[in-house]
Structures are given as C-alpha cells and as structure tokens.
Design a protein around this ligand. Structure first.
Ligand SMILES: C[S@@+](CC[C@H](N)C(=O)[O-])C[C@H]1O[C@@H](n2cnc3c(N)ncnc32)[C@H](O)[C@@H]1O
Length: 248
C-alpha cells in the first residue's frame, strides 16, 4: 500500500469518527472483518450480489463501464477533500427514474448537476429527461476519465443525447454553481464537512440570484447539514430527500 493511501485511509477514519462517532467506526470495522473472513452479513451479501448483476446488465446494454464499488484512497483526487469522499457506487436506474418522474417541474428550463458524478451513470440516466444542460462534477481523475470514455462510447450511438453533457474534474465543495434553474443531485457522495459546504454554497447562490433550485439527495445521510444551512424538506420518501430553499 502506498504511503499516500495509508494517510488517506487514516484521514478517512478520522472523518467517519467526526460524522458518526465510535458507533459508526465500530460497525464499519465489524463489517470489514466479517467480509474479510468470508462471513458477510447475509443481507449485505444479497444486496452486493444484486448490485453486481444490475451493474453488469446496465453496462452490457449500453457498452459502458459505470458499475462497481470502488474506494477512492488510491485515486488521484483534485482538491483537499479526499478524506471526506465516499466510495464510488453508481445510481440505480429504477430509483433514479422514479425520483425524476415524481418531480413537478418543467425540466426543459433546468440544468441538472450531479455533484460526485463518478463514472457518469446518473448523467447517462439524466439524458432520458429533457434537461436544458447536464453537468457532472467528479474529483477523482480516474473516475472522471472513465466517465469521459463512457460518453465517447455513447456519442457514437445513433440515438445518443451525450452532446448535452459536460464533465468537470473538480471538487464539489468549490464548484461555482451556474446562475440558472438547477437540480443538484447527490448520491451520498461525501461526509458532513463537504455536504455542509455544498449546502451553504448552494443557498448563497440562490439568495444572490433567486430562481428555481432544488436538491435531490439520494441516501441522505447528512440531511441536517442542509436544514441547518437554510434548506427545507419538501419530500423524503423512497430513499431520497427533495430540498428547496427555506423561504422567510
Ligand atoms: C456514490 S458515487 C455516485 C456516482 C454517481 N453520482 C452516480 O450516481 O452514479 C459518489 C462519487 O462522489 C465522488 N466524490 C466524493 N467526494 C467528492 C468531492 N468533494 N467532489 C467531487 N466528487 C466527489 C466520489 O469519487 C464518487 O465517484
């Protein structure tokens, strides 16, 4: 293991400790030990198996490589927030589509931004909806490059929408949001410290230029960071939170 990888792992443990306390650390450690010993929690093992099958089916159908659970410790990360980044896992196509079809918005005026866009799965799924623009921000250079390769592969397909997609290699914590109607999507990409910065940046962007802006936060582990920054919950069902700026 490279010294940089060890430092990042230790930093990550400190970050998880800050976010979840001793309970969070010990349950993760226990899961790792059980998994290493081949005695994975049966529910987690089943989920993993289903996830691998769904990833393989999606990528076989699209000629892409968006699947796999990948830790980021060994990757080349842009910015200062590697310690707060969570592993790469791609969005589930059915959950994503259900979330999008529940929105009561004219998507043709909206820019969709995925903060922590990984290999580009959510961006690919977003091309099925009539967004004005689609942007992905990913801080791990290798994942960003895989997303680029995926969209190059898609662009050769006859019915592709890949041209509407812009890929940025950068840190979500410092990304300057465009002054346009926005859906900001997060699939549990980072710990509390970065969620808080994203929540504060986004509310400041909205206050500076009021316009339709909402957050769709899948698997929302750090929802309170959004609420404390000035967001209010519009909906919280089916595993994701829909937040809008708190008015007044
Ligand atoms: C759970 S994956 C989600 C991937 C993609 N959004 C999807 O739904 O298919 C989270 C991604 O966030 C990225 N990430 C974590 N922290 C980040 C940060 N500060 N800035 C940009 N990307 C980050 C990770 O590298 C990882 O690829």
């Amino acid at each position: 293991m490279r010294p940089m990888t060890i430092v990042r792992r230790l930093n990550r443990v400190a970050s998880v400790y800050r976010d979840t306390g001793v309970g969070g650390i010990s349950s993760r450690l226990l899961r790792r030990i059980r998994s290493f010993a081949g005695r994975d929690d049966p529910q987690h093992a089943r989920w993993l198996q289903q996830k691998q099958a769904a990833d393989a089916a999606f990528d076989a159908a699209n000629g892409t490589q968006t699947g796999g659970i990948q830790e980021i410790f060994d990757l080349n990360v842009v910015g200062e927030n590697a310690r707060h980044g969570l592993s790469h896992i791609a969005s589930d196509p059915d959950e994503f589509s259900r979330m999008m079809t529940q929105l009561d918005l004219d998507l043709s005026t909206v820019t969709f931004i995925d903060l922590g866009s990984g290999k580009g799965r959510a961006l690919m799924l977003a091309t099925a909806f009539p967004f004005r623009r689609i942007v992905g921000v990913e801080f791990a250079r290798e994942l960003h490059e895989t997303a680029e390769a995926n969209f190059r592969a898609l662009a050769t397909g006859a019915s592709s929408n890949a041209g509407r997609v812009e890929l940025v290699c950068g840190d979500a914590a410092t990304y300057a949001l465009p002054i346009e109607p926005l859906i900001i999507y997060l699939f549990n990409p980072f710990g509390s410290a970065v969620v808080r910065r994203v929540a504060e940046n986004a509310i400041a962007s909205w206050r500076g230029a009021p316009r339709p802006v909402c957050i769709l936060y899948m698997n929302p582990l750090h929802l309170t960071d959004f609420i404390e920054a000035g967001w209010q919950l519009r909906d919280h069902r089916f595993g994701y939170a829909h937040l809008v700026p708190a008015q007044g």
